[in-house]
Design a protein around this ligand. Structure first.
Ligand code: FAD
Length: 415
């Protein structure tokens, strides 16, 4: 039987943050947009702590009001803890212009809010429609998909945006995969009812308005996140090399508890917590590609490169990639010639490389010495704060222009 053939202007694979924000921006440009999403929403996703820079892209996509009104946990910074040491960054006191606050979000709901906004703006979203195959050899890309009812059909698109996240549809189907420069790390995580008193606990500083990043007492490259939500619950997780995690036996919840309780402050903070949701594990998530764009297609968010969760940069990078790609599509639509490497991949990579240098320095321990350094100059802290707030593309910041050199100098000074 011949498969049904449909036509569309822009086809987006995946309705995660990258896909929905791209759909919103394209609808504002007046483009026809079809989004195919494999799952039924709401569905669980990891990646719950946003950065203030992401608010600009929500605004650009016309989705900011819906996010603000959804009632997520307000976030104004990040707290870092190692043993007795504690330091916090308030994102409102940063070098770069722009938003200094954002949210900590349950992604099931956040992604649903964005997807609904994309629909409200006129994008067509098909849930439980899975992309199975892609052919980019012709004049226009063609996609084979399977509907919720099991019917297979083809779509011929003017342009294809792959926002399929860790499924990495185009990298896998078009042999674009490239090894990540990071070792294979894994994370074990869950949601708990934290029962942390609003005023905190004796001797343990805690602020619900900040993500709390704790370094393991004995291992500088093992760390925990605690991301409070608005409903008395929080996300908790641990990140370490896979071989380190493999030493811990039992269910994922038991392994996570064993690891978390090795840090005395976390143990105290969570002494009344209800561990009511089975933990899960994700391993080997860092990924890269040979190219972020080709004839008729571009890769957004995690379908392109994913670095590491430590600075909560994933959703911001996903939004940035959507914003840059949509600007290129607008120019092409207006008859201009676009060089996707120069106008999309390179500008995106600039911020990704800023985060990459910070991530490398974090795991080597240098960045941890920088943030816990007691006599830091306020101006330097404000520049670092701007990057932690997601302003990794702001050239007015020397730590963006020459990240590696500046970080190396600071590491030496703080050692
Ligand atoms: P996704 O959110 O993964 O969305 C992709 C969508 O595509 C999914 O809905 C999927 O169902 C759909 N899809 C997949 N295959 C198909 C198909 N064949 N057909 C149709 N649809 C398909 N980021 C942060 O900003 N803050 C954090 O605190 C943070 N913490 C993290 C912690 C960990 C342990 C990890 C691993 C990542 C974390 N991240 C964080 C990163 C964040 O999860 C991702 O960067 C972000 O979700 C990327 O968004 P996306 O839209 O590219 O992909």
């Amino acid at each position: 039987m011949t498969q049904r053939l449909e036509h569309c202007d822009i086809l987006i694979i995946g309705a995660g943050p990258a896909g929905s924000v791209a759909a919103g921006i394209l609808r504002k440009q007046g483009r026809q947009v079809l989004v195919l999403e494999k799952e039924q929403f709401p569905r669980f996703s990891i990646g719950e702590s946003l950065l203030p820079q992401s608010m600009a892209y929500l605004d650009e996509a016309g989705m900011l009001q819906a996010v603000v009104e959804a009632g997520f946990q307000y976030k104004n910074g990040a707290a870092f803890v190692r043993g007795e040491r504690y330091t916090e960054f308030d994102f409102r006191d940063k070098h770069s212009q722009g938003w200094g606050t954002t949210y900590q979000v349950q992604r099931a709901r956040f992604d649903q809010v964005l997807a609904r906004e994309a629909e409200r703006m006129g994008a067509e979203l098909r849930f439980r429609h899975e992309v199975l195959a892609v052919d980019v050899s012709g004049e226009r890309p063609q996609v084979t998909a399977r509907s919720a009812g099991g019917e297979e059909y083809r779509i011929d698109a003017g342009f294809l945006l792959d926002a399929s996240g860790f499924a990495r549809i185009l990298p896998r189907l078009l042999d674009l995969e490239a090894p990540s420069t990071f070792p294979a790390r894994g994370a074990i995580f869950t949601h708990i009812e934290d029962r942390i008193p609003p005023a905190g606990l004796d001797g343990v500083r805690f602020d619900r308005n900040k993500i709390r990043i704790t370094t393991h007492p004995d291992h500088v490259d093992v760390w925990y996140w605690l991301i409070p939500f608005a409903d008395g619950r929080c996300s908790i997780g641990v990140v370490a090399k896979q071989e380190f995690l493999a030493q811990y036996q039992g269910s994922d919840t038991e392994r996570l508890q064993a690891l978390v309780f090795e840090d005395p402050a976390s143990r105290e903070l969570l002494k009344n917590a209800q561990w009511d949701t089975p933990a899960r594990q994700i391993v080997g998530y860092s990924s890269n590609v040979k190219s972020l764009a080709g004839k008729g297609y571009a890769l957004l968010g995690n379908a392109g490169e994913f670095l590491d969760p430590v600075f909560s940069s994933g959703v911001t990078i996903a939004f940035k990639s959507a914003s840059l790609a949509c600007a290129c599509l607008a120019r092409e639509h207006a008859g201009e010639t676009v060089d996707w490497q120069q106008d999309f991949a390179q500008p995106l990579k600039k911020g990704v490389d800023t985060f990459r240098a910070f991530v490398e320095s974090w795991y080597a321990g240098g960045f941890q010495q920088i943030i816990f350094f007691e006599n830091a100059q306020p101006d330097i802290r404000r520049r670092i704060c701007a990057i932690l707030a997601g302003y990794a593309w702001d050239d007015s910041n020397a730590y963006v222009r020459e990240t590696k050199r500046r970080l190396a100098t600071l590491e030496e000074l703080c050692a």
